[in-house]
Design a protein around this ligand. Structure first.
Ligand SMILES: [Zn+2]
Ligand SMILES: [Zn+2]
Ligand SMILES: [Zn+2]
Length: 152
């Protein structure tokens, strides 16, 4: 069976981590490749008809563990999955259109060290989501509000 380069990467991650590439997983991997770089669990379930929801969620969990996808919580609270090239990173999301950009700079070691000292917690992970309005949305909003402001 032929794989696209993207699917081959997923399959290699699965096999490398000692997981079998079952038929439902194969269907889900193909669906992920077809969905583009960002999708919800519902998108994935809809793109892989016949695969049970429990399997969809289990496979998403597996893809998270294998660093194939990452999670991003948009400003409206919806959870999206994104294909990731791996490594520690965060997201800045547009509150208007939902566009997401990754960034890897997270200079918070001092904060985490201080937090650990103060609370006695061994810090193991952190999440940082940044929200704002992207350049495109700021541009179009600027054009919309300028005439209105002139009338006021
Ligand atoms: Zn990400
Ligand atoms: Zn935007
Ligand atoms: Zn970080």
């Amino acid at each position: 069976m032929g794989y696209t380069p993207e699917e081959r990467g997923f399959v290699q991650s699965l096999l490398g981590a000692g997981h079998r590439v079952t038929a439902p997983r194969q269907r889900l991997l193909a669906a992920v490749a077809g969905l583009g770089d960002q999708f919800t669990a519902e998108d994935l379930a809809a793109a892989a008809p016949g695969v049970g929801r429990a399997t969809v969620f289990r496979t998403l969990r597996l893809m998270l563990d294998l660093d194939i996808v990452c999670q991003v919580v948009l400003d409206d609270g919806t959870l999206h999955y994104r294909l990731t090239s791996g490594g520690h990173h965060h997201h800045i999301s547009c509150s208007d259109c939902g566009a997401v950009i990754d960034f890897a700079t997270c200079d918070i070691d001092d904060l985490l060290g201080e937090l650990s000292r103060r609370t006695g917690y061994a810090i193991e992970a952190h999440r940082l989501e940044v929200y704002g309005r992207c350049a495109a949305c700021r541009g179009s909003a600027g054009e919309r509000t300028r005439p209105a402001a002139a009338h006021a």
